[in-house]
Design a protein around this ligand. Sequence first.
Ligand code: 1AE
Length: 387
Amino acid sequence: MSEIIATYHIKKQGDSQTLANKIAIGLTVGSWTDLTLEDQAHLKKYKGSVVEAVEIGENEHRIKIAYPEHNVTKDFSSILTTVFGKLSLDGKVKLLDLELHQDYVKHFKGPAFGIGGIRDVLKVYERPLVMSIFKGIIGRDVAFFKSQLYEQALSVDIIKDDEILYDVPELPFETRIQEGKKILEQVKEETGRNVLYAVNLSGPVFSLKEKAITAQKLGANALLFNVHAYGLDALKGLRELDLGIPILAHPALSGALCGSDDYGLDYGLLLSKLTRLAGADLILFPAPYGSVPLSTEDANRIVQYALEEQPYKKSLPVPSAGIHPGLVAQLIDDFGKDIVINAGGGVHGHPRGTVAGGRAFLEAIEVYYGRSGGQAYEEAVKLWGTS
Ligand code: 1AE
């Protein structure tokens, strides 16, 4: 019988084993000793069991529970409701990890492209990729959108919508895709480079599949998705459409779900392990030294889960938030070559504007690999420094 093993950190008065037994029984068969022998025999295979119950401090416990896999269905909502539904409301309990059996995991597709697929589209293999973000786009018109997209596309590999830009009358989703496609074709003609533009897939949850299909028909070549505002199963559903378009998972809202030491889920678990399984090709997360820093441990775990060997493809980790060219060396040192370096203000805030801002990141990568940089990088370092 395969099992889902959940690891918790719990701050609560009481003995670890008693707390663990209560969870194992309470979140599965409900009671055990009160059952008749006949019911026990029938319900044995549905009963959770304690794998570990350790007191790690005063009123502080690490508890691992194994849940029978057939108690849940093949979706995140059932897993999370079983292992952390009511329990998440029961005081200081943090879900640190979930171990899923390979027989179960095969019901989840994981990323469609993965690292290799994204690199094949862009034809960039030997360096980290560079992504930039639309900035100051709210309230703007199509002419502004086209001009900012064109400027970004001249130097970076991927451009993402601002995650707070939805399907608004000034800049409708369909217009952004159609006009964006033309700009990217123009850039391809002028520079020979392939560039991805991730349009923000937004709106009522039950319209998402239809909108994703429309996006594909209109020629979108990437989707941005605020997965944690919608839930992991929404991402899983989009991935299962097999549209042949990479999906970028934005971390918006995840601070509320993962930010506390005592409550919620581990950042690595939610943003990376589960989001990769759900089908994200790119996983955005706040870098440890940016404007909304995560801890180094959280960031490392996110990257580790995105890149570890699994029967499904790897996701590209995307350290973000407050990133500028002076941080490129640190990012590559810390997370390696298979990352996407992502910046908004660090591109558009360059003293000579957006095109030079994107170029400064590429020059910073050149400098990292021992080749000569250039004026744009030097200007960026003068402005932002190297830490
Ligand atoms: C953690 C996601 C980062 C993001 O979406 C964003 O907009 C960053 O902007 P900058 O680079 O901090 O200006």
